[in-house]
Design a binder for this molecule. Structure first.
Ligand SMILES: [Zn+2]
Length: 599
């Protein structure tokens, strides 16, 4: 019996492998009408043999926490078998097409994608080039995210180059391989006539693909890019890539970036490279997205991978992921020597100004800002400043305080760098999974021996932050140049539009708020004086007004005239700077030098 069974099993194994080979998925992307912003996608699914196949388009792309409904740009979806016979298709929800394949071996899907939205997370196709955000382009078979996939790009005849972090398949021109759909969705593709140049740093070949021209200096970019790569790699001690691609979209005016495993997409101003301020901000973006290749793409919260491409993926830890990255981007520029001590400190103080002068900071804990990024940070409105705080700015300040606390408590032996290196090894390398927020805190405390409970607690509350407790320990202090100032505040922001002054924001708790000024009100007169569109009259009134004065403000609202009485309150906004502490002890000064690499 035993022998017979073995023989039977062997026979069955042979049959299974020959009849049911693993399904294979291959995409072909072409561009017959790039001037009209279309890409044609052909998706071949081989050896599938199912009653039906559900094909889905992601609703979002990792790194950009908003449901973008990529399927809205899909049209002309159809499916056929290997002989070209049409297969019935039913759309079963907003982003899923069900193909009745009736156990056929091969299913071929064709669809078109429209792309005309300029951003790092949406497709843009025109007669000059195509940028493919993969989650907005490639569909997946439901339940087969872990499947390998090949992509062949057929560039428009006027285009000559393809830039992507995907692995080229040898012997098959313009064909790339991804081990699974997570990797495909994490590998944007640029097709056109971009200016491509390379540099090597940290043992990794880096490719820069400049799209749209610009007044950049290739040699300077290579040199400065290499410095950033070396400094970032030093933090984690290892650079996991062999090759890394920067896709840079140069616009008349542009910015923003999106991180990926072995590539990034950056927006830049085409003619900003010769302006030092604008160039530094570009280098800051490079540092930010590059840092992410470790911090969020590999070391990550448990909720951010494996991803659900069908819905929101909630995490409270974006203050750690984006906040720490926002702290380290400028710190890397300081370590590279691109920012001096005072410009670095001013960049940090700008975060304090942004956070402390925002009413929403007193309402929304930064961990909740992370969780609600999908409905708040990525969907701002006229009331956002009153209700929300940025996990970038506040997260960066919490990162600074963690760094300073560890530096001071370990006499400069350890800092946040050591935590990140250890966390990368613990969660990404060893455990091969994301971390829970409490595990990240526990790791910090284990590695450094320093309790950081009050800072993790602060991330979940709106309690005031005691910046100077941490800054003083390393010989610096936060000063508020507005402290003690007694000036009146109206509490609204305005813009000039079509010769009118229009209210764009009203700050919680101010005179404008209490007096009933509304966003979109047109300001007509104050105290009986007609306002001019340049704001001169408004400025004159405010310069002579005092706290407690009542202003009679005439506004037009929805075609009707209203008069409102606004009582001026005290302006509570701070003007923060970080400066060296008077009478710092030698130990404090020593720690400060370590913090800012001032040796
Ligand atoms: Zn980021």
């Amino acid at each position: 019996m035993k022998q017979l069974c073995t023989k039977l099993c062997l026979l069955m194994t042979t049959v299974i492998t020959s009849t049911f080979a693993a399904p294979r998925i291959h995409f072909e992307v072409s561009f017959s009408e790039p001037q009209a912003h279309y890409a044609e996608i052909k998706m071949e699914i081989s050896d599938i043999r199912k009653d039906y196949v559900d094909v889905k388009m992601p609703v979002w792309t990792p790194g950009s926490y908003l449901v973008r409904e990529y399927s809205k740009n899909v049209e002309s979806f159809e499916a056929c078998d290997e002989n070209g016979a049409q297969l019935p298709v039913t759309k079963i929800n907003k982003n899923t097409w069900r193909i009745s394949s009736d156990k056929r071996s091969q299913v071929v899907v064709n669809y078109r994608v429209y792309g005309f939205e300029v951003s790092v997370r949406t497709n843009f196709i025109d007669d000059a080039h195509a940028f493919l955000s993969p989650a907005a382009t490639f569909m997946y078979v439901d339940g087969m995210i872990n499947h390998p996939v090949d992509v062949t790009i057929i560039p428009h005849p006027s285009w000559s180059k393809i830039s992507t972090g995907l692995e080229p398949v040898s012997g098959r021109p313009n064909t790339y391989h991804a081990a699974d759909f997570d990797i495909l969705f994490d590998s944007p593709i640029e097709i056109g006539n971009q200016d491509v140049f390379t540099f090597e740093a940290a043992g990794v070949l880096h490719e820069i693909a400049m799209v749209g021209g610009g007044n950049y200096d290739r040699e300077r970019l290579k040199k400065d890019g290499a410095k950033i790569v070396e400094e970032a790699t030093r933090i984690f001690g290892v650079n996991p890539n062999k090759r890394y691609v920067f896709i840079v979209h140069n616009y008349q005016s542009g910015g923003g970036g999106l991180e990926h495993l072995n590539s990034t997409v950056l927006g830049a101003s085409r003619n900003g490279y010769q302006n030092e301020r604008s160039y530094l901000s570009f280098l800051g973006l490079v540092a930010h997205e590059y840092f992410h290749l470790w911090h969020v793409k590999r070391l990550r919260p448990i909720e951010l991978g494996p991803f659900n491409y069908d819905a929101e993926n909630y995490t409270t830890a974006l203050w750690i992921m984006e906040g720490f990255t926002a702290y380290f981007d400028n710190l890397l520029l300081r370590r590279c020597g691109f920012l001096n001590e005072s410009s670095y400190l001013q960049a940090l103080a700008n975060d304090v100004n942004t956070v402390e002068n925002r009413a929403g900071n007193r309402l929304q804990p930064v961990a909740l800002a992370s969780f609600d990024a999908w409905i708040k940070y990525y969907r701002p409105d006229e009331n956002s400043a009153n209700t929300s705080v940025s996990y970038y700015n506040k997260g960066a300040l919490l990162a600074m305080m963690l760094d300073l606390k560890i530096l001071a408590a370990t006499q400069g032996q350890q800092r946040l760098d050591d935590v990140l290196k250890a966390a990368y090894e613990e969660f990404y390398v060893k455990k091969k999974r994301g971390f829970e927020e409490h595990e990240f805190q526990a790791l910090i405390e284990r590695v450094t021996g320093v309790s950081v409970d009050e800072l993790f607690h602060a991330a979940h509350t709106v309690e005031p932050l005691d910046y100077n407790h941490y800054l003083n320990a390393v010989g610096y202090e936060l000063v508020d140049y507005n402290k003690g100032r007694e000036l009146p505040e109206l509490g609204m922001t305005t813009t000039a539009s079509d010769g009118r002054i229009i209210v764009t924001g009203v700050s919680r708790g101010t005179g404008a708020w209490n007096g009933g000024i509304n966003v979109r009100d047109e300001l007509i007169a104050i105290n009986g004086e007609r306002l001019d569109v340049n704001g001169r009259e408004l400025n004159r009134v405010m310069q002579t007004a005092a706290i407690g004065d009542t202003l009679n403000i005439m506004v037009a609202r929805d075609g009707k005239i209203r008069e409102l009485n606004v009582v001026l309150g005290r302006d509570t906004k701070g003007a923060f700077s970080i400066v060296p502490l008077q009478n710092a002890t030698p130990e404090q000064a020593r720690l400060g030098k370590i913090w800012l690499s001032l040796e």
